[in-house]
Design a protein around this ligand. Structure first.
Ligand code: ATP
Ligand code: MG
Length: 358
C-alpha cells in the first residue's frame, strides 16, 4: 500500500487570493510529501454558473494563472499531479453513476448551492448546479483519495462525497475510501470589505499575485470599525478584518499585541495599523512573487505541467472507472455480449475459411 492520497482544487474563474491560501493551499503545500496529491483545475465546475462561451474562452488563461499561483505557493509538480478536469472524460461517467446514489432533496439541502445560484444571479437552479457536489464526488473519488483539504464552504460537499462512497461500497463492494475533510487553519477568511468571505467574484480579495503597491492600496481601503471616526475613539478589535489579517499574517506578535492594546484605548490611528498590515502582507507575499516570476520566465512550462499531470490522471481515472464498473457488474454485460458476438461470427466464418468452398 502506497501513500494515502489527497484531491482538491479550484475553479479556474480567476486568480487565487489569501482566502484560498489559508483555506486550502497552505495545507496542500504542507502535505505534499506525506500524501500523493492530485490538484484539479475544475473547469467543468465553472460551467455550472458560467456556461457562456465568453467565460469558456477565459478558462485556458485562468488555468495558467491559477497554476502559477500554485507554483508560487510552493506546490511542486514533480511531487504533485495538477490536471485539467475536462480532459479526463471518465469523470463524466463516474458522475453519472454517482447521480443514481443521491436524491434531489438531499442535494437541495446543500447550503452553498443556493448561495452560488444567488451570486450568479440565476433565478432558478440549473440541473448541473444542483449536481455540483456530485461531480465533485466523482473528482474526489476518481483517484480514490483519502483526504480533501478545502475551505469551510466546501465542507458540506465532502460530507456528500462520504455518503456517496459509503452507498457505492455497500451496494457494489469496497471500491472507494470514505475521504476525510481537512479545513484550513482559517476555514473562512473574511473579505477586505468585511464581508464574511473573501471571494474572487466579490471584488474583496487580495490576490497572491498582487504587487506591493496594489496590496498597500487595498489594505488602505479596508473596512475597519465603522464607529471609530477619529483615532482617539476606542475601537473594536474582535472581528475587525484588519486585526483578523494581522493575527494570521503578521509574525511579529509583540507588534500586533501593541497595536491591539492601543486600538482598544483609542491611541493609534487606522493608518498606522494598516501600514503595518500592508508591510506584513507584502513580506508574506514577497517569496511567492519571486517564485511566480521565475516560473513565468520559463516559457511554456505551465502548459507542460498541466499536460503531464492530465496524462497521469487519465490513466488513474481509467483504472478507477474499470474497478467501479467491474464491481457493479456493468462491464460484464458488454464483455459477455461482445464475446458471444465474436464467437458467433467465427463459427459462421469457419466453413468459408475452411477452404471447402461452395
Ligand atoms: P468563486 O467566487 O468563483 O466561487 P472562490 O473564491 O469561492 O471563487 P473557489 O474556487 O470556489 O473560490 O474555492 C476554491 C477553494 O478555496 C475551496 O476549497 C474553498 O473552500 C477555498 N476558499 C475560497 N475562498 C475562501 C476563503 N475566503 N476562505 C477560506 N477558504 C476559501
Ligand atoms: Mg466558490
Amino acid at each position: 500500500m502506497g501513500r494515502k492520497r489527497i484531491l482538491t482544487g479550484d475553479r479556474p474563474t480567476g486568480r487565487l487570493h489569501l482566502g484560498h491560501y489559508v483555506g486550502s493551499l497552505a495545507n496542500r503545500v504542507r502535505l505534499q510529501d506525506e500524501y500523493e496529491c492530485f490538484f484539479i483545475i475544475a473547469d467543468l465546475h465553472t460551467l455550472t454558473t458560467k456556461p457562456g462561451k465568453e467565460h469558456i474562452a477565459e478558462i485556458a488563461e485562468n488555468s495558467r494563472q491559477m497554476v502559477l499561483d500554485y507554483l508560487a505557493c510552493g506546490i511542486d509538480p514533480s511531487k504533485s499531479v495538477i490536471y485539467l478536469q475536462s480532459a479526463v472524460h471518465e469523470v463524466c461517467e463516474l458522475n453519472l453513476i454517482f447521480e443514481m446514489l443521491v436524491t434531489v432533496p438531499r442535494l437541495q439541502r446543500v447550503p452553498s448551492l443556493k448561495d452560488m445560484a444567488r451570486s450568479a444571479n440565476l433565478a432558478e437552479m440549473p440541473f448541473g448546479l444542483l449536481g455540483y457536489p456530485v461531480l465533485q464526488a466523482a473528482d474526489i473519488l476518481m483517484p480514490r483519495s483519502h483526504l480533501v483539504p478545502v475551505g469551510k464552504d466546501n465542507e458540506s460537499h465532502v460530507e456528500l462525497t462520504r455518503e456517496i462512497a459509503r452507498r457505492f461500497n455497500s451496494l457494489y463492494g469496497e471500491v472507494f475510501p470514505v475521504p476525510e475533510v481537512m479545513l484550513g487553519e482559517v476555514p473562512t477568511l473574511v473579505g477586505t470589505d468585511g464581508d464574511a468571505k473573501m471571494s474572487k467574484s466579490l471584488g474583496n480579495a487580495i490576490l497572491l499575485s498582487d504587487d506591493r503597491k496594489t496590496v498597500e492600496k487595498k489594505v488602505m481601503g479596508m473596512y475597519t470599525d465603522p464607529n471609530r471616526v477619529r483615532a482617539d475613539i476606542p475601537g473594536r478589535v474582535k472581528g475587525n478584518p484588519v486585526f483578523v489579517y494581522h493575527d494570521i499574517f503578521n509574525p511579529h506578535r509583540a507588534e500586533v499585541e501593541d497595536l491591539k492594546a492601543r486600538y482598544l484605548k483609542g491611541r493609534v490611528g487606522d493608518v498606522e495599523v494598516k501600514e503595518k498590515l500592508a508591510a506584513a502582507l507584502n513580506a508574506f507575499l514577497d517569496p511567492l512573487r519571486d517564485r511566480r516570476q521565475s516560473y513565468e520566465a520559463r516559457k511554456g512550462y505551465v502548459d507542460e505541467v498541466i499536460y503531464d499531470g492530465t496524462m497521469i490522471m487519465r490513466s488513474e481515472a481509467r483504472q478507477t472507472l474499470d474497478l467501479a464498473k467491474k464491481a457493479m457488474g456493468l462491464s460484464a454485460i458488454w464483455n459477455r455480449i461482445s464475446r458471444k458476438a465474436e464467437e458467433t461470427r467465427k463459427k459462421r466464418e469457419i466453413p468459408r475459411g475452411g477452404g471447402e468452398g461452395a
